[in-house]
Design a protein. Structure first.
Length: 505
């Protein structure tokens, strides 16, 4: 029996999902020690006795991480606990050198919130937030050999640089009643979390680098009989797909798990409560381990850390620093800029919205800003396999480039050459224009000489223009633009051609 499709599974069962989003904070140092919190360093070069948990080492809580966690909790509508504490979560994995993780258990700093998520068609879904607690990240395992996953690997390597990096784990309440839109809602929720942490400036939210990761829980339960209360039907056994690292994968993981679980249930087989490994190449999951319950971790209060007790005045101050909700901000900018809904979605999907907004703030029009970021720059980023924000060009430089075009100092064709120079590190757009000699030729004497030469080479075209076929002037304009390497003012060239042909009256 093959697995039912996602739509078939949704017709047969009622899905319930929950998501744990892990957000790495961008503090300068780790959660409990002074080691640098930087991505991409040589393996095991950003470690010390504290983050390795060596005997006698003493952790100290990172105040900036606490501030970031509280701001995130406030943005999620959470209550902030007056006194919370850290706990030791005990388990053995090779990526945690001290065999336990410092986390929060029964007293999380942020709890009981809710978040509005706006779907593409404008539907608003409210997701309940159970908690947003602080903890430290584990190291990173690299499995060598086989397909790159733990199954079939020849051996594994551990990089402890990430161990001890400050994390906030955001845990939703069970989300039911979404039906066939379950995967869409889950994806939109994670996207909204990513937008919020970026707007807060506490994380870049880059899922491909593991700085924002999602564990996706899904269960299926029978549909209630007609007229019966669906909420009275108990939840099914859930799976937890670990470390899903793209928005598309969040959606696809739910599609796969819905089909897999539906196949088991239809065959009369139980769904095992377990973690699952996500395989991007096959869009499928494989078993991980039986899912532990809280008691399996043997939580107990961390004896080396004081409780976190933020002053009410400080929390109130942090509340004033919260940014506008991403969905409301996008709606406002869409109306303000005159973008279509599709243009806005494309800009968001390309991670270009903030760049466009910054370019507008530097004086460029919204449509011109969008043209550059979603056109030439998006193409360049794709060719270089970079995020668009990683390109070596600033919104101020893009705005200056557009200003040169609007001032008539360069045309669109020259502007692309100028942008090429900026991306190559040759300076600002104005500096590139000067260094490469790319300014538009607007001197009449030079243009007249070029027009006369082109007309002499194509006397038949001149005759056509004099006979009233004005559109024939395009051939001469093209010849002049070629002769001047695209630097002539095309409008002025056309005026001179018509004047020479006596067709400008």
């Amino acid at each position: 029996m093959s697995a039912p499709s996602y739509d078939e599974a949704m017709d047969l069962f009622d899905p319930v999902f929950g998501i744990e989003v892990h957000v790495e904070l961008n503090t300068k140092t780790k959660m409990f020690c002074g080691c640098a919190n930087e991505f991409g360093a040589e393996p095991n070069t950003q470690v010390c006795p504290v983050c390795l948990g060596l005997p006698g080492s003493m952790p100290v809580t990172n105040e900036k991480a606490v501030e970031s966690a509280i701001r995130l909790g406030l943005a999620l509508g959470c209550s902030i606990r007056e006194s919370s504490r850290f706990a030791r979560k005990n388990y053995f994995y090779p990526d945690l050198a001290k065999d336990y993780q410092i986390s929060q258990y029964d007293e999380p700093t942020c709890y009981e919130g809710e978040l509005e998520v706006v779907l593409d068609d404008g539907t608003v879904v409210t997701i309940g937030i159970e908690r947003a607690h602080m903890e430290e990240d584990a190291g990173k395992n690299t499995h060598v050999g086989g397909s790159g996953g733990i199954q079939g690997a020849d051996y594994s390597l551990v990089d402890y640089n990430r161990g001890g990096v400050p994390l906030v784990e955001i845990v939703t309440k069970p989300v039911a009643g979404m039906g066939a839109r379950t995967a869409e809602v889950a994806r939109a929720y994670v996207a909204t979390i990513r937008d919020i942490v970026r707007a807060l400036g506490i994380s870049d939210g880059r899922m491909e680098q593991g700085r924002l990761r999602a564990d996706v829980n899904l269960s299926l339960r029978p549909k209630a009989a007609p007229g019966a209360d669906q909420d009275a039907v108990p939840f099914g056994k859930r799976s937890e797909t670990k470390n899903v690292n793209s928005l598309r994968a969040v959606e696809r993981a739910i599609h796969h798990e819905a089909g897999r679980q539906a196949k088991l249930l239809l065959a009369g087989q139980p769904v095992v409560q377990e973690t699952r490994h996500w395989h991007e190449d096959t869009s499928s999951t494989t078993p991980g381990r039986s899912k532990e319950e809280a008691e399996d971790y043997r939580y107990f209060p961390e004896p080396d850390l004081l409780p976190v007790e933020p002053a009410a005045e400080w929390v109130d101050h942090l509340r004033t620093t919260l940014p506008e909700h991403p969905a409301r901000m996008r709606a406002r900018l869409r109306d303000q800029w005159g973008f279509s809904e599709l243009e806005m979605r494309d800009a968001v999907a390309a991670d270009a919205l903030e760049l466009i907004a910054a370019t507008v703030a530097e004086g460029a029009s919204a449509q011109a800003s969008r043209k550059w970021w979603m056109g030439e720059l998006a193409r360049t980023a794709n060719e270089r396999e970079l995020g668009i924000g990683e390109l070596p060009v600033t919104p101020a430089q893009v705005a200056q480039l557009q200003a040169l075009v609007e001032a008539g100092e360069i045309n669109d064709k020259l502007a692309r050459q100028v942008l090429e120079g900026v991306l190559a590190g040759e300076g600002s757009p104005r500096e590139v224009v000067a260094a490469r000699g790319l300014a538009v030729v607007s001197d009449d004497s030079a243009l007249e000489a070029a027009v006369d030469e082109a007309l002499a080479a194509q006397p038949d075209v001149l005759a056509k223009i004099r006979d009233g076929k004005i559109q024939a002037a395009g051939a001469i304009v093209g010849a002049v633009m070629k002769a001047t390497r695209g630097q002539a003012d095309a409008g002025r060239v056309r005026e001179i051609i018509l004047h020479r042909a006596g067709a400008d009256s």
